[in-house]
Design a protein around this ligand. Sequence first.
Ligand code: LMR
Length: 309
Amino acid sequence: MIARGVMLGADQPVILHMLDIPPAAEALNGVKMELVDAAFPLLKGVVATTDAVEACTGVNVAVMVGGFPRKEGMERKDVMSKNVSIYKSQASALEKHAAPNCKVLVVANPANTNALILKEYAPSIPEKNISCLTRLDHNRALGQISERLNVQVSDVKNVIIWGNHSSSQYPDVNHATVATPAGDKPVRELVADDAWLNGEFISTVQQRGAAIIKARKLSSALSAASSACDHIRDWVLGTPEGTWVSMGVYSDGSYNVPAGLIYSFPVTCKNGEWSIVQGLSIDEFSRKKLDATAEELSEEKALAYSCLT
Ligand code: LMR
């Protein structure tokens, strides 16, 4: 997708740096061979390496897809300490060797907290440049509304994912609209079923990652890759006028979310910078959900920091 211009635009040449662990070096080289064989006009080079410094040198955009998955019998703390050590070495390599103003997107779970760990070990990377993926959840919410109303997904906009990329996230449609011949209409008015919107819709989006794993016996791949491209494209090239997207970003305390968490907010992007959409009304139902997912993130943060020492 990146080599085809999906992430950075159809006129932007790219050099791909790919990092994997030594046991995967041969497979990684196979991927490099395929990239060469595909003869992508935009692809100007491929670096396939098991050395984090070589991988990070000069990069403008870093998509962090490596993490340690939770395995049977592992406690959350065990997974967290594995991820702390992975993110420690990659963060230091990025901090020392990436291009100035490198943008970082963390995809691997626990994505929000991995982004926080990365920030901790790369203190000179501005916090505005470190983000995590919740665009996948945002796109899932758009998809559910489009299926329910039988409308084009491109006509649905301004859903919001608040909080953690986990089952505590809050998919919020209170400000979402659908384009109709008579103008934009609120999703709540068109769906006209608050019980579904406040119940099944939310749990379907929250549990979608688990449902994909159950069906595929593997976690999401195509939709995750596509939404990672959406995330970077909108960040770099800007969000369309009147549209916001969801990104996990460093909280400045907006919407009374504790500052210092990586929390998913509605954002607009312009000139390569995101800004949290301000002034949206939050009703009592939403407030509780925003607080619950913030609470989970604070707990994850405390656990991660206890593994840092
Ligand atoms: C997803 O949302 O599809 C993934 O984050 C699920 C997972 O745990 O890999």
